[in-house]
Design a protein around this ligand. Structure first.
Ligand code: FES
Length: 146
């Protein structure tokens, strides 16, 4: 599963392939919207142009699904790395800056750090069951007798 690194918030979030980036951010309680979006947004329909994220690093060059026709139209005058979170589905691990229109310069160090630190391959080890050191080597029958 891919990992989305939210640079501004300093959070790595594991998600299934195909996860909608807007829904992931909101489910994690992250502030995706600036003031205008907080006052009113389209709920993910691609119409309000307030759910900007900037892709600052990605694995494989296509970590998010390609820009939709809505994004092509709405992001004409925005930087190429900007996306509408509601239109983007996660395919690979990616680092994004939420609200790139607000205080991006103040995030320069965090962006550089995110770009230097390799994105995880998207696989994290499964949690291992806790092993009681005193029980190691004992047969199940012996355990039953305890
Ligand atoms: S939520 Fe309105 S354009 Fe994304």
């Amino acid at each position: 599963m891919p990992i989305v690194r939210f640079v501004r918030e300093g959070r790595d979030v594991l998600c299934p392939v195909g996860t909608n980036l807007r829904e992931l951010a909101l489910a994690e309680g992250l502030e995706l919207y600036g003031l205008k979006g907080r006052l009113g947004n389209c709920g993910g329909c691609g119409q309000c142009i307030t759910c900007f994220v900037e892709v600052v690093a990605e694995r494989g060059g296509a970590a998010l699904t390609p820009r939709t026709s809505v994004e092509d139209q709405k992001l004409r005058r925005r930087p190429e790395a900007w996306r509408l979170a509601c239109q983007a589905l996660v395919q690979e691990s990616v680092a994004v800056l939420t609200r790139p229109q607000n205080g991006r310069d103040a995030q320069a160090a965090a962006i550089s750090a995110a770009q230097r630190e390799p994105l995880p391959e998207g696989r994290i080890p499964l949690p291992q069951p806790e092993v009681d050191e005193e029980m190691v080597g004992e047969s199940p029958q012996e355990n039953d007798e305890l």
